[in-house]
Design a binder for this molecule. Structure first.
Ligand code: FES
Length: 150
């Protein structure tokens, strides 16, 4: 066990965990930020996606010891009132079905639009193809990203 200082959703926090502990479990078990989901645990499904300095990363494969001074944002910290343009577009298009993968989908979409505010269809497909949805909401996800883009 060791102490790690982390910046999560704009707050400086300290956790006492094994250095190899994946960020996902620090978020869920230690900080009770359970919006970020566990799907596969092997960086294949995207359910655990959070932002590292605004870029989408898989928290299930990110050891807490590697975070250092980088800023982490989870779905809870994406906006104050759930009113990020991607979240508003998700509501407008009624995207979720079961909802389990949707926090990861939204974080990936928000990261895409951070770096590319007007993505093409191909760029959306490319950015989102690592986020799996077993309900098959892909058509609505793409429409919502189009709505949230400029
Ligand atoms: Fe991390 Fe599936 S739980 S990618």
């Amino acid at each position: 066990m060791a102490q790690f200082d982390v910046n999560i959703n704009g707050k400086n926090l300290s956790v006492d965990v094994d250095p190899d502990t994946p960020l996902l479990w620090v978020l869920r078990d230690h900080l009770k930020l359970v919006g970020t989901k566990y799907g596969c645990g092997i960086a294949q499904c995207g359910a655990c996606t959070v932002h590292l300095n605004g870029n989408a990363v898989r928290s299930c494969q990110l050891p807490v010891s590697s975070i250092k001074e980088n800023k982490i944002t989870t779905i809870e910290g994406l906006s104050e009132e759930g009113d990020h343009p991607v979240q508003k577009a998700w509501l407008e298009h009624d995207v979720p079905q079961c909802g389990y993968c949707q926090a990861g989908q939204i974080m990936s979409a928000a990261s895409l639009l951070n770096s590319n505010p007007s993505p093409s269809d191909a760029e959306i497909e490319n950015a989102m193809n690592g986020n799996i949805c077993r309900c098959g909401t892909y058509t609505r996800i793409k429409a919502a990203i189009k709505t949230a883009s400029n």
